[in-house]
Design a binder for this molecule. Structure first.
Ligand code: PGA
Length: 243
């Protein structure tokens, strides 16, 4: 893994933007894997600004999102569909039929998972996958214990994930308990991966990622086996190494 250390969230977002704009502009038909959550928000905001300055276009870009909550309609304020639309897609020139986010209210969820896999394959695979990391080491919604061989699947969310995400809902009872998530193998099949890590709540996860063993108990550890991973990590997430 190529680890880039930065000062703070803003610098992480800045560097991530340079990285993504470079890839979008150098690939003919870029296929991007995208993540939701607080971590990539600064990246998306800056990409929109680059688009407004005519420095990047999404005309030939195809996207696949990592995950979606089971049971939330697309127009639910907390759906990842809504997040992506608000934070990125509605503000760049991407064609609607090139955007792929699993449908969390599909009548047949298993079929929806297979569709997501099939569409990724049909697009020729993911060129660059953007990832965040959960405090418990999850990538996408692949919680500890998920098989490294997993493809897009239905997952039961960890109690720690439900608690971490409750900040977006009125009450913890409203947080969905299941999600559709790209599998770990799906993520590992991406040609290149950009992992963004910021803040002291990620310090333990960062230490385990950089220094721990590769184990299904800590899903992000598998990234060490991928040959083209860039990690952009800020000082707060690296706090452990100073203490
Ligand atoms: P966050 O979530 O970006 O909101 O911290 C990351 C994750 O849980 O994967």
């Amino acid at each position: 893994m190529n680890v880039i250390k930065v000062k703070d969230y803003d610098e992480m977002s800045e560097k991530a933007t340079e990285f993504m704009v470079d890839r979008i502009n150098s690939l003919k038909n870029p296929v991007l894997g995208l993540a939701t959550g607080s971590t990539p928000e600064g990246l998306y905001q800056r990409i929109i600004e680059k688009h407004q300055q005519d420095e990047v276009s999404f005309k030939n870009v195809t996207t696949f999102n990592l995950d979606e909550y089971v049971g939330l309609e697309q127009n639910d304020p907390n759906s990842y569909y809504n997040f992506m639309n608000e934070k990125l897609f509605s503000q760049v020139d991407i064609a609607a039929d090139r955007v792929h986010i699993p449908n969390g209210v599909a009548a047949d969820l298993e079929k929806e998972c297979m569709e997501h896999e099939r569409a990724i394959e049909q697009a020729g695979g993911i060129d660059v996958q953007v990832l965040g990391i959960g405090g418990n080491g999850h990538i996408g919604f692949n919680e500890p214990g998920t098989s490294f061989d997993s493809k897009t699947h239905i997952v039961d969310l960890d109690e720690s994930t439900i608690q971490a995400n409750a900040r977006f809902f009125h009450s913890i009872e409203e947080v969905p308990t299941q999600a559709i998530s790209m599998g770990i193998e799906t993520i590992m099949n991406s040609k290149e991966i950009l992992l963004l890590v910021s803040g002291e709540t990620k310090a333990d996860a960062t230490a385990k990622l950089l220094h721990g063993d590769i184990s299904e108990d800590f899903p992000a550890s598998i990234l060490k086996k991928h040959e083209n991973v860039t990690v952009i990590v800020d000082e707060a997430a690296l706090e452990w190494c100073r203490g």
